[in-house]
Design a protein around this ligand. Structure first.
Ligand code: IDP
Ligand code: MG
Length: 155
């Protein structure tokens, strides 16, 4: 586990997270927790791009609907960096099914339906690296956060 671990987080707002005007709230949660934003863009993704992103789910009955829905509007693509970003990022999102998500998580607070669960988070460090490369082929931004020494013990 590293303080420089990175995760790919995506707001799927029409996808719904964007249309429901939850972008600021979702970003604020990662900022407030102490994660550092190192890449951010609003993207209208193609179906081909989304099929690569969700390649592991090809064959699932909901796959065609998921791709169509995700391509139906813009998404907010982000990379967040910090201690245990992948696992803790998933905890902050909540369970895949919002009805099983804890209150206090993003899905547990803002949505109800599994097919409209408003956010994505990488499920492993390996997936995160793949997803970051897929969504940010131009690379991420390197900078020093003045908050680092207030959030972490070392340095
Ligand atoms: P995750 O987003 O929590 O990692 P995955 O299993 O990777 O969950 O599924 C990707 C996305 O596919 C989910 O976030 C959800 O939007 C959608 N999805 C997953 N399972 C179902 C389902 O049973 N019905 C409809 N959509 C689903
Ligand atoms: Mg997943």
């Amino acid at each position: 586990m590293s303080v420089n671990e990175r995760t790919y987080i995506m707001i799927k707002e029409r996808p719904d997270g964007v249309q429901r005007a939850l972008v600021g709230k979702i970003i604020a949660r990662f900022e407030e927790r102490g994660y550092k934003l190192i890449a951010l863009k609003l993207v209208q993704a193609t179906e081909a791009h989304l099929e690569k992103h969700y390649a592991d789910l090809k064959g699932k009955p909901f796959f065609p609907g998921l791709i169509k829905y995700m391509a139906s509007g813009p998404v907010v693509a982000m990379v967040w960096q910090g201690l245990d970003a992948v696992k803790t990022g998933r905890v902050m999102l909540g369970a895949t099914n919002p009805l099983a998500s804890s209150v206090g998580s993003i899905r547990g607070d803002f949505c109800l339906a599994v097919g409209r669960n408003i956010c994505h988070g990488s499920d492993s460090v390996e997936s995160a690296e793949k997803e970051i490369a897929l969504w940010f082929p131009e690379g991420v931004v390197q900078y020093t956060s003045v908050m680092h020494s207030w959030i972490f013990e070392e340095n």
